[in-house]
Design a protein around this ligand. Sequence first.
Ligand SMILES: [Zn+2]
Length: 232
Amino acid sequence: MSTLQELLEYQKADGELRKIEQELAASDARKKSLQARNFIKNAESRIAAQDKRALELKALRDELIARVDETAKAIAEYADIDEIVEGGGDVSFYKKNAQQLSERLRAVKAELARLTAEVESLTAEYKKMMEQGKQMNRQYKEYAEKYKEVQASRAKEVAAINARLEEIGKNIPSEILEKYKQKRREKIFPVLVPLSGDMCVCGMDLPLAQRGRLAGGNVIECENCHRFIYKA
Ligand SMILES: [Zn+2]
C-alpha cells in the first residue's frame, strides 16, 4: 500500500478512537465531574478575593471605631461647658463646636453601620460558598469515580484500536505520522481530506501549481485549515 493509503487506513481507525473519546467526553459522569472541578477551582480565587476584602473591612472598621472614640471624647470635654461659660468663654463658639462634633459622630456611626452590613453580607456569602464547595467536593468525588468506570468500560475497545493504529503506523514514515498526530492534538479532524474540485473542504482555493503537486499520491497542506489534501 502507498503511504497515502496507509494514512487513510490510519485515519479510519483513528476516527473510531475519536468517536469513543467524544462519547466519553459527552458522558454525564465527565460533565458533572468537570463542572464540580471548575467550581472548586473558581472558588479558590473567589475565597482569596473575599479574604482580602475581609482584611480591608476589618482595618476600616478599626479606624472608624477609633474615630468614634475620639469624637466621643471630644464631646465629653464639653460636659463642663457651664464652667467655661462662667469663665467668660464665647458660648456660641462652643455650641457650634459641640454641634459639629455630634454631626461628625453621627456620620461616622452611619458609616460604621454600612460597613457592618457589608461584613454581614460577606460572611453570609462566604458561608454559602463553603456549603456549595462541600457539595461540589462530594459531586466531584462521586462523578470522577463514575467517569473512571465509564472509561474502563471502553478500555478494551480503545486498546484494540490503539494496537491497530500502532500496526498501521509502522508503515508510515515517522515524520509524516508525527505531523498527523500533531494535527490531531490540535483538534483537526479529519486530518486528510480529498481535493474537492479545485478547493480544500474549508473552501480555500488551490492554485494549479499546488494541485499539480498532488499527482502520484502526494499530499499538500492547506494554508488555511492546515489539513492534508490528497487527490482521490
Ligand atoms: Zn483547508
